[in-house]
Design a protein around this ligand. Sequence first.
Ligand SMILES: C=C1C[C@]23C[C@@]1(O)CC[C@H]2[C@@]12CC[C@H](O)[C@@](C)(C(=O)O1)[C@H]2[C@@H]3C(=O)O
Ligand SMILES: O=C(O)CCC(=O)C(=O)O
Length: 274
Amino acid sequence: MVVLSKPAIEQFSYIRNSKSPSTLMFPQIPLVDLSKPDSKHQIIKACEEFGFFKVINHGVPLEFISRLEAEATKFFSLPLSEKEKTGQPQPYGYGNKRIGPNGDVGWVEYLLLTTNQDPNMLRFLSGENPESFRFALNNYMTAVKKMACDLLEMMADGLKIQPRNVLSKLLMDEQSDSVFRLNHYPPCPDVHALNGNSNVIGFGEHTDPQIISVLRSNNTSGLQISLRDGSWISVPPDQFSFFINVGDSLQTTVPTNNFFLEYIELSCYDKWKV
Ligand SMILES: C=C1C[C@]23C[C@@]1(O)CC[C@H]2[C@@]12CC[C@H](O)[C@@](C)(C(=O)O1)[C@H]2[C@@H]3C(=O)O
Ligand SMILES: O=C(O)CCC(=O)C(=O)O
């Protein structure tokens, strides 16, 4: 249980009141089918036109996804004292409500890990069966990294950048600073009790500093992206697919003349993401 000296609603600014998702002209999020021979062109088109797209036939085994989801559910169900044994996120470890180094807050708890360490080294992961959580993390991260490398190589190809592994090798490098984030958005009883407002911010408005982010959620809605005109749209959840967000670094490291758009994401209450 989280013990707060003041009601949570006074401590955290997590209610979204100014922007509602656009209901007009609901644009279709581009879909990239990685089993199709022209997926490279689909990716470039999606990046050009949208900067955010959905990937199907991605090659990440569904059993790895469901196994990790089950392990993550068990982890987040542990008592807070148990989860806090991972220590304060500096920046890696378990975090609760305080996100990142800039004092941002949200109604979210999370695990932030590097992707380049052997999950067997994650001794801090506690619970009844930490071995099986580490195993699930290892399988999932390896498969998602492989998909991300394929995507990055197709992007480099499509942009005619040589060598084609110029981006993917940044991910595979032993010193890679890529991160893995597991977000859990618990129900927020205070807000419901006070005014029934369900527009609670889990993870506030931000852009991702990375080259790309690979997002997946369970079957709950919440993620929103901002369009070029400043309006927000909800991303319909799809637990079998991944969503790719073009991050800030791709725009600055690749001389594309602002070829890729940048998306701001925001995630509302009551969902969780692997
Ligand atoms: C609120 C924040 C968390 C974040 C740093 C930031 O100020 C804005 C970007 C956030 C993000 C999103 C992608 C990754 O999860 C992350 C590790 C990153 O590099 O940028 C997080 C940051 C974080 O948790 O520190
Ligand atoms: O959990 C989510 O749905 C969004 C989180 C996010 O935007 C991020 O980790 O960059």
